[in-house]
Design a protein. Structure first.
Length: 544
C-alpha cells in the first residue's frame, strides 16, 4: 500500500481568500480524495501562514496582537475550506508552538551540517518608521524587467531579488527612500546545492511545465545564498545566543510547515509521520500544490532545506497552477477587484465552484473567471447533463417501478467502457491533468444521456416493460459508477447520489447496484441558477 503525501500551499493570514488563490489550492483535495478511494495511505496537510511584517503592521493599526489578527483569517480560511469540502488531515497555523519547535530543529540541523553561516551585511532601514524593513516592504523598479517590484521577488518576471537590487527604492509603509544599516544574520548556503539541485530538476518527471522552465532559469542564472534570519518582531525565534531579537526568515520558515504539520498530525492521531517523509520507508510519493508564484520555494529552497537536514524525501510532483484573471483583468486585492471566497460561498454551492475551477481553471495556462461562464457551466453541465441524467432516471423508477431498481444485466461493453474510465481517469489525476480527467468522466455522463434518449424508456414502458426496466437498470449502473468517478471533483452531489442508491463509501473500482434496491429520498442534485444573476454579479463588481 502506497503512502501519499500531499502538501497544499499555506495561504497568508492577512486578508480573505480570493478565487484565484483558491483555484491553485483545489487540486490538492482532488488528489487526496482520489488516492483515499484507491485505498492508499494519504496525509494531506496545510495551514495558515501567520507570520511576517504585513500581519504585524495591520494588527498594530487595529490595536490588536498579530496572533489575534492572523487568527481571524485562519478561522475564516478553515471555515471556507470546510464548506468547500477540503479533506485535510490537518489544517494548522504557523504561530503554533509545534511548528516553531520543528522549524527551530531544522534550523539547528542546517547549522550543524554546515549550511548556515553568519555574515554582517547592510539591511534596508526606514528612518521615519525607525525599523529594519522586511524585503517585501521595500518597493522599487525591477532591474531585470523594469516593472514595479517588491524587495524579495518580482511578480512580473518572477526574478528572486534582494532589496538592494531594486532601483528607486521606497518604504512601503511611509513612501520615503530607505537607508541601509549594518546588521548580522545567518545566511543559508543555497549556492552549495547548485549541482545536486540541477541533477534533481533534470530528473523530475511529475512537474508542471511552468515549474520545469522557471527552475531551469534560476539554475542557469546560478543560485545565490539568502539571509535565513531577519530583524523582525513577529515570527519564529532564532534558537541561538546573541540572536534573541531576530526571527527566522519567513521564506525558510513557511515551507517547513509541511513537515511540522505532518509531525503534529502524527502526534494528534497516534500515527507515525516517518512513512510519509523518510527515505527507504517503502512506496512513497509526494505532491506539492500551489500557485506559479511559489514555484522556486518548492523546487529549489524546500528541496535544499530537505537535503541540508538529511534523510527526508524530496518533492516528486509539483502541481503549480498558472494565474487566474477576473472578467479579463488581473485580480487586485489592493483595488478590491476580486471575488472573495466567503462571499462566493454565501451565494453558490461548493460543487458549482469546484466544478468550474477544475474544469476551467488555470491548470497549464492562465484562465479567466467570468460570471457568465460560471453560471452557464453550472446550468448546462452540472444541472443540464449530470443532474438531468440522475433525476430523470430515478424519477422514472419511482413512478413506474415502485421506487425499486428494476431487473437487468449490464452489457459487457458498458462494463468495459466504465472500467477503462477508472483507469484513464486515475492516470490523469495522478499526472496532475485534472481538466482532462474531469472531461473524460463527463463524456460518460453524455453517453448515459444519449443512451437514455436512444432507448426511449417512456415508449418502452408501454410496449415492453422488461426492456424498459433493463434500460433503467443500465442507467443506474452508469450513475453509480459516476458517483465514484466524480467524487474527487464534486463530492457533495456524489454523496447525495450515493444516498439515493444506498451505496458505500467511495471506491476506485466498478460498483453494481442490485435489482430491487429502493431509491431513497430522491431530490434534485442541483438547482438552476437564474441567468439574471450574471448581471447582478457584474453590477456587484462594478460597485466595488
Amino acid at each position: 500500500m502506497a503512502h501519499i503525501f500531499i502538501g497544499g500551499a499555506w495561504p497568508y493570514a492577512n486578508g480573505s481568500l480570493h478565487l484565484g488563490r483558491l483555484a491553485s489550492l483545489l487540486p490538492g483535495d482532488v488528489l487526496a480524495r482520489y488516492f483515499r478511494s484507491k485505498g492508499d495511505n494519504v496525509l494531506y496537510v496545510s495551514g495558515s501562514d501567520c507570520h511576517g511584517t504585513p500581519v504585524a503592521v495591520q494588527a498594530a493599526q487595529e490595536g490588536i496582537s498579530p496572533a489575534e489578527f492572523a487568527g481571524r483569517y485562519h478561522q475564516e480560511f478553515k471555515a471556507c475550506f470546510e464548506q468547500l469540502g477540503f479533506s485535510y488531515d490537518l489544517y494548522t497555523r504557523t504561530d503554533q508552538e509545534a511548528h516553531q519547535e520543528t522549524v527551530q530543529e531544522l534550523f539547528v540541523k542546517l547549522l550543524k551540517n554546515g549550511y548556515l553561516y553568519r555574515k554582517s551585511a547592510k539591511q534596508t532601514y526606514c528612518e521615519v518608521d525607525r525599523r529594519f524593513l522586511p524585503d517585501r516592504y521595500v518597493e522599487g523598479i525591477c532591474p531585470v524587467c523594469g516593472a514595479r517590484a517588491r524587495g524579495d521577488q518580482c511578480d512580473h518576471c518572477s526574478t528572486l531579488l534582494e532589496p538592494q537590487d531594486l532601483k528607486e527604492r521606497t518604504c512601503k509603509l511611509c513612501g520615503t527612500p530607505p537607508t541601509e544599516r549594518p546588521t548580522e544574520h545567518y545566511y543559508f548556503a543555497l549556492s552549495r546545492f547548485q549541482e545536486v539541485l540541477s541533477q534533481y530538476a533534470q530528473q523530475a518527471k511529475g512537474w508542471r511545465d511552468n515549474a520545469v522552465q522557471m527552475t531551469r532559469r534560476y539554475l542557469s542564472e546560478g543560485l545565490q545564498d539568502r539571509a535565513a534570519t531577519r530583524d523582525l518582531d513577529w515570527g519564529v525565534d532564532v534558537p541561538l545566543p546573541g540572536f534573541t531579537e531576530k526571527k527566522i526568515y519567513v521564506w525558510i520558515e513557511a515551507v517547513c510547515g509541511y513537515f511540522s504539520a505532518s509531525k503534529l498530525w502524527a502526534k494528534q492521531a497516534g500515527e507515525g509521520w516517518e512513512p510519509f517523509w523518510l527515505e527507504g520507508q517503502g512506496d512513497l510519493t509526494s505532491y506539492y500544490v500551489h500557485g506559479k508564484d511559489n514555484i522556486p520555494f518548492h523546487t529549489l529552497i524546500w528541496p535544499a532545506i530537505l537535503l541540508g537536514t538529511g534523510g527526508l524525501h524530496l518533492p516528486d510532483h509539483i502541481i503549480s497552477c498558472e494565474y487566474m484573471t477576473l472578467e479579463g483583468r488581473k485580480f487586485s486585492t489592493s483595488r478590491n477587484w476580486a471575488v472573495w471566497v466567503p462571499d462566493l460561498l454565501a451565494r453558490y454551492e461548493p460543487d458549482s465552484i469546484r466544478y468550474f475551477l477544475i474544469g476551467s481553471g488555470p491548470e497549464n495556462r492562465d484562465a479567466d473567471f467570468s460570471w457568465r461562464e460560471f453560471i452557464y457551466s453550472h446550468n448546462g453541465e452540472l444541472l443540464g447533463a449530470f443532474g438531468n441524467f440522475v433525476q430523470r432516471t430515478l424519477a422514472f423508477i419511482n413512478k413506474s417501478f415502485a421506487g425499486r431498481v428494476p431487473e437487468g444485466e449490464l452489457p459487457g461493453e458498458w462494463k468495459e467502457t466504465i472500467s477503462a474510465l477508472y483507469m484513464s481517469t486515475g492516470s490523469r489525476i495522478e499526472a496532475g491533468r485534472f481538466k482532462e480527467a474531469l472531461e473524460g468522466v463527463f463524456s460518460l455522463v453524455r453517453q448515459g444521456n444519449k443512451y437514455f434518449d436512444a432507448e426511449k424508456p417512456w415508449q418502452q414502458i408501454r410496449e415492453d416493460q422488461a426492456a424498459c426496466g433493463s434500460t433503467l437498470y443500465n442507467c443506474v449502473q452508469i450513475m453509480a459508477n459516476l458517483s465514484n468517478l466524480l467524487e474527487p471533483f464534486i463530492p457533495f452531489s456524489c454523496r447525495k447520489l450515493k444516498g439515493f442508491l444506498s451505496l458505500p463509501e467511495p471506491s476506485w473500482r466498478f460498483v453494481t447496484v442490485p435489482a430491487g434496491r429502493k431509491i431513497e429520498r430522491l431530490e434534485l442534485l442541483f438547482e438552476r441558477i437564474d441567468p439574471a444573476r450574471i448581471e447582478e454579479e457584474m453590477q456587484r463588481l462594478g460597485k466595488i
